[in-house]
Design a protein around this ligand. Structure first.
Ligand SMILES: Nc1ncnc2c1ncn2[C@@H]1O[C@H](COP(=O)(O)OP(=O)(O)OP(=O)(O)O)[C@@H](O)[C@H]1O
Ligand SMILES: [Mg+2]
Length: 527
């Protein structure tokens, strides 16, 4: 009001009267409109605005598509909305006049989005696309649990109607794909673990079967100690998988791949999973099978995983009774008498504990549901490959079997470079280490521990000498163990054959794969 009065003094009377009249008319109209809005029934107002939109559509050649923040039938935010937001953020971060910065939960990176009510224009194959983010208060008797739900937020895309086919067939898919890619680039990767089924209560985004933390494991293929050729094979396989969307579709296969990592403790199975996730930029879902009560729960967990993820079941042989049915039958026979004596409530208790079965797990890996969403990797780890049911690890389920074995010289070189920054030519001790690693089995975890400097003044030679000493001690211990076994064998006639075999395998000259021998003989027995 003051501003209007002050300007009236400075300009001629008639004009000042005209401006003042205009302002007061406008003010009255606005006041009247707000009165009408307050007293007009909500439904009537909706009808009036629909009528106005139709009238406008009849005279304007432009079409508007609205992408709402929430889908009608889902708890979470609409995927199309999130993709549009990411697309516009990525495309206009350097161009829009007003941007909004957000720090998504648990992320270190600020994400930029075009601010509310700012209009930006995109060009696509010669067509102009205008985008605007709108934010309106919901009217009517809506009671929202979440205060944010009282607002309706949406992205409006406006274009000339002659571009309708182009928008539907090409532009919207382009926005969706680019938006998803930007989301993946910007997101903080996550490490999920499944909640116990009792804790699946609804959160803001619906039921929560998984909890997550930031995925911050620093392991990469460059720091992973293993045979370089095997490493190359794994990396090539991952590349093929990541870029294989069309290939998988063309051969009619669900876009997923299974890896079985097996080997003794401390050989880098978990480290390899982290390296895979970092290489591909995927999330990890660490599935604790023992917390899953039934096959149905297992399926629900699977459905709630997102694509571009690695689902991991560690120590699979310990997580599930893989020979369930056979064992159960035998047990049932033995327990018949005991069962009869049991009270009914005890029986019920027993039945209630219906756990995940082998068939449930097989369905999880390659049943019909396993195809939903696509682009998922499933990894099992085990210390005892021979204990696993062949059905579980056949090709198609676990497509690639990767042995993580004792440290070889090539692996040692990677560790020496990582931990001490030394290359082969830098140290004379390398020759001794090469010879000893060929003679004795030591896990990369133990090699790494011996190489780890014990003070800030990195004395590489001291660390290498410590490793040589540890290897020599291990060699001596292995020799003693072999001798002790030989003596036992002489004493015990029955076990002679077996022990002779194990003497061969366990001798210090069998580098790398003592379990190989066991596994191979087990396989032969099976055949
Ligand atoms: N191949 C390797 N390359 C680099 N570091 C390794 C390797 N193997 C083991 N390590 C080191 O040893 C530690 C233990 O390794 P990791 O947990 O990956 O072994 P694992 O095979 O998963 O063992 P487990 O069977 O007991 O789960 C890692 O934190 C890592 O520092
Ligand atoms: Mg592990």
């Amino acid at each position: 009001m003051e501003m209007v009065g002050g300007s009236a003094d400075a300009i001629p009377g008639l004009l000042s009267y005209g401006w003042a009249g205009l302002w007061s008319t406008l003010a009255s109209l606005l006041f009247l409109w707000s009165m009408v809005q307050d007293h007009l029934p909500f439904q009537l107002e909706e009808q009036l605005s629909a009528l106005a939109r139709r009238a406008l559509a009849a005279v304007t050649p432009y079409v508007t598509i609205t992408i709402d923040e929430h889908d009608a039938d889902s708890f979470g935010r609409s995927e199309a909305y999130l993709a549009a937001e990411a697309y516009l953020g990525a495309t206009f971060a350097g161009r829009a006049s007003r941007l909004r910065a957000e720090l998504p939960g648990g992320s270190d990176r600020v994400s930029l989005a075009v601010d509310d009510h700012v209009e930006v224009t995109d060009a696509f194959r010669g067509a102009r696309m205008r985008w605007r983010k709108t934010r309106t208060l919901r009217r009517g008797n809506v009671i929202a649990w979440n205060p944010r739900e009282e607002e309706r937020r949406a992205y409006c895309l406006t274009f000339h109607r002659r571009h309708r086919a182009l928008v539907e067939a090409a532009y919207l898919p382009h926005v969706l794909a680019e938006g998803r890619a930007a989301t993946v680039r910007n997101r903080q990767r996550r490490l999920y673990t499944n909640n116990a089924s009792g804790d699946w209560g609804g959160g803001d985004d619906g039921p929560r079967a998984w909890t997550h933390v930031k995925l911050e494991h620093p392991s990469t293929f460059a720091t992973l100690a293993m045979d370089p050729d095997r490493k190359r094979e794994v990396v090539d396989d991952l590349d093929m998988f990541r870029d294989g969307r069309d290939y998988y579709a063309s051969v009619g296969k669900a876009w997923k791949r299974g890896y079985l990592l097996f080997g003794p403790p401390g050989t880098g199975k978990s480290t390899m999973i982290a390296a895979m996730a970092n290489y591909l930029g995927y999330d990890i879902y660490d599935l604790e099978l023992t917390a899953v009560k039934s096959n149905t729960e297992l399926r629900k967990l699977f459905i709630e995983t997102k694509s571009k993820s690695i689902i991991v079941i560690e120590d699979i042989d310990c997580s599930i009774d893989l020979t369930g049915k056979r064992k159960k039958k035998k047990k049932d026979k033995n327990d018949t008498r005991k069962k009869k004596k049991k009270a009914p409530w005890e029986e019920e208790d027993k039945d209630e504990g219906s756990k995940v079965t082998l068939s449930g797990l097989l369905n999880f890996i390659d049943g019909l549901w396993s195809a939903c969403g696509g682009e998922r990797i499933i990894v099992f780890t085990t210390n005892h490959k021979d204990k696993l049911d062949p059905a579980l690890i056949r090709r198609g389920r676990m497509d690639m079997h990767i042995e993580m074995s004792y440290c070889c010289f090539q692996g040692f070189k990677v560790l020496a470079k990582n931990y001490l920054g030394v290359q082969e030519h830098d140290g004379e001790l390398f020759g001794d280490i090469r010879r000893l690693l060929e003679e004795v089995d030591m896990t990369p975890a133990d090699v790494a521990e011996n190489l780890m400097p014990r003070s800030k003044t990195k004395d590489a030679d001291a660390c290498l000498r410590r490793l040589v000493k540890a290897l020599e001690e291990a060699k001596e211990a292995a020799l003693l163990a072999a001798k002790a076994k030989q003596l036992d064998g002489i004493k015990d006639d029955e076990g002679t054959d077996d022990e002779d075999d194990s003497d061969d395998d366990g001798s210090v000259t069998s580098r790398g794969h003592p379990s190989d021998g066991d596994e191979k003989s087990a396989k032969k027995e099976e055949m």
